[in-house]
Design a protein around this ligand. Structure first.
Ligand code: NAD
Length: 488
């Protein structure tokens, strides 16, 4: 008998736009098909918003802004906390929904519910802690008051690879700060955001505070919203090229912006590393989310004296992976998001092999249905290979040997990106030198996963602007005002 759970769950997901507290179809009634990457089957059709729908959502956010900004921080906190509790109660449903629309194995979806939910809880705790300061001017003649205020209506654009966490990482701090928002999820994975909007409404969020537009035309819809002077902030997670386009658009309105963009993470293994731990860290840093993470290790820089041993051990472990639909127990490698992603991994692997890399495992695309590419290991990857410059965004682990510490630093920093780096060494002084020398916004020092709601997530260089999570995460949604008054 087939499992009835997916059908019931999909029926419970709203299929319309969420604007001013109501669920409504797109103007003109167009819909957008959401498919299961494990089969290619259509899961559900949802409203396909036009630019006018986008502007209607912005109107709702603008209309709700003043009232939400005045709501007591404690009240905002309690709504976020209730949303967290509801999400935890429905953890299994949300995990299944993500696996259906995005493909990752169920266990990893459960992990994302835990991680993504944490932003609701963390920022529920931050909401009452937004403070300013009061001081006597240096001359002693005036009083300086510094206050913080919500920036106003925000537009939040999220990618498909972490459908829940990328939404909560933006929505929770915005709401905690007193901002209203329009959220636009990626066209491949809108269902999780629609379901989250339902949870937020059930948690008591007033109408218009969170509005959701799903669309197959992100360009025109976003351009209309960004050009509108009522918008005060744009927060984007996605690729660097789209981020560049959006920054240009945001310049018109001098918008506050947060940009969480692409990565090309180095994973550096020194000869003094604990290789058992480094191998386990490598599996997490590379194959979590089937390699489709901005934080995915892209280049494994391994000291020449341990490169072969590291590669052999990693290959042995990767050979144990099971590929299949994410809904199947025991599967570690689900499908990629679509066929274009399969072609990208296949092309990058072929390019590296043509240039002289050794294919140790995988490398052969798998026949459909579904968009599968096997876990692949390459060693002795030549510096000219495309996959060392580009985000692979697939389950391909590429090993490049290095000779000494300076060589490792030079190779690690030889990229326009600077999101995260991973360093494996048992030498404390060397670890500290790496903190100072690697040009990335985050580092895993003997750790393969770094994300945490309590920490500032974000990149240097072409990996972006601003931070999400931690105290820095809420600051992105606050404006500062300084007031001077005379000596009383
Ligand atoms: P993408 O840039 O194609 O799409 C991201 C979002 O932008 C989607 O919602 C999409 O609909 C929208 N979009 C696309 N074109 C647009 C346009 N012209 N105007 C406005 N919006 C537009 O990226 P993707 O393929 O969905 O996601 C993968 C990328 O996201 C990778 O580069 C990855 O590194 C990055 N990412 C970064 C982080 C981070 O925190 N730094 C986290 C996750 C993903």
């Amino acid at each position: 008998m087939t499992d009835p759970r997916p059908t019931q769950l999909l029926e419970a997901v709203p299929d319309r736009l969420h604007i001013a507290g109501r669920w409504r179809p797109a103007a003109g009634g167009a819909t957008l098909a959401v498919t299961d990457p494990a089969t290619g089957d259509v899961l559900k059709n949802v409203a396909d918003a036009t630019p006018d729908d986008g502007l209607a959502a912005l109107t709702a956010a603008a209309d709700a802004a003043a009232r939400w900004a005045r709501t007591a921080p404690r009240e905002r906190a309690e709504i976020l906390r209730r949303a967290f509790d509801l999400l935890m109660e429905r953890k299994e449903d949300v995990a299944l929904l993500m696996t259906l629309e995005m493909g990752k194995p169920l266990d990893q979806s459960r992990g994302e519910v835990a991680y993504g939910g944490e932003f609701l809880r963390w920022f529920s705790e931050e909401a009452p802690r937004v403070t300013g300061r009061y001081g006597i001017s240096p001359e002693g003649t005036g009083r300086m008051i510094v206050t913080r205020h919500p920036v106003g209506p925000c537009y939040l654009i999220t990618p498909w690879n972490f459908p829940l966490a990328m939404a909560t990482r933006k929505i929770a701090p915005a709401l905690a700060a007193g901002c209203t928002v329009v959220v636009k999820p990626a066209e491949a994975t809108p269902l999780t955001t629609l379901y989250l909007a339902r949870i937020l409404a059930e948690a008591g969020l007033p109408a218009g505070v969170v509005n959701v537009v799903t669309t197959s035309s992100p360009g025109p819809v976003s351009e209309a919203i960004i050009a509108d002077p009522r918008l005060r902030k744009l927060s984007f997670t996605g690729s660097t090229p789209v981020g560049r386009t959006l920054l240009k658009q945001a310049a018109g309105g001098i918008l506050r912006t947060s940009m969480e963009l692409g990565g090309n993470a180095p994973f550096v293994v020194f000869d003094d590393a604990d290789l058992d731990q480094a191998v386990e860290g490598a599996l997490a840093a590379k194959f979590r989310n089937i390699g489709q993470a901005c934080t995915a290790a892209n280049r494994f820089l391994v000291h020449r004296s341990v490169a072969e041993e590291f590669t052999e051990r990693v290959t042995k472990r990767v050979a144990e992976f099971r590929m299949g639909p994410g809904t199947q127990e025991g599967v570690t490698i689900g499908p990629l998001i679509d066929d274009a992603a399969v072609t990208k991994s296949a092309t990058l692997v072929r390019d590296a092999v043509d240039r002289g890399a050794h294919l140790r495992l995988g490398g052969e695309p798998v026949a459909g249905p579904g968009s599968y590419y096997p876990a692949t290991v390459l060693s002795d990857v030549p510096p000219s290979s495309e996959l060392l410059r580009e985000e692979i965004f697939g389950p391909v682990l590429a090993v490049v040997p290095f000779d000494d510490e300076d060589d490792a630093v030079r190779l690690a920093n030889a990229t326009e990106y600077g999101l995260v780096s991973y360093v494996w060494t048992q030498d404390l002084a060397r670890g500290q030198r790496m903190i100072e020398r690697l040009a990335t916004g985050m580092m895993g020092l003997n750790m393969g996963v770094v994300s945490n709601a309590a920490a500032p997530f974000g990149g240097w260089k072409a990996s972006g602007l601003g931070r999400e999570g931690g105290a820095e995460g809420i600051a992105e949604y606050l404006e500062t005002k300084y007031t001077l008054t005379p000596d009383p």
